[in-house]
Design a protein around this ligand. Sequence first.
Ligand code: SF4
Ligand code: SF4
Length: 82
Amino acid sequence: SLIITDECINCDVCEPECPNHAISQGAEIYEINPDLCTECVGHFDEPQCQQVCPVDCIPHDPNNVESKEQLHAKYVKISAAA
Ligand code: SF4
Ligand code: SF4
């Protein structure tokens, strides 16, 4: 999963770009639900939120490192539930 850091300026540009609806407005800044973020695997070649964030505050979450296979499995699971 990716994670939004406290450098987020609450611009709301990333939220509508997420194909998995993993991004929402939290108490202080925007947040990514790690259960829904596939790092855009299954939808796009590059993480869409990273592409649009004007302050570059959406790195990989070091506490939530996943392989392409794990991310793809998550994509399949989310798609089946949708
Ligand atoms: Fe959504 Fe993709 Fe960003 Fe994850 S990397 S939060 S799936 S836009
Ligand atoms: Fe925050 Fe970046 Fe999303 Fe804007 S695009 S809300 S700065 S994470």
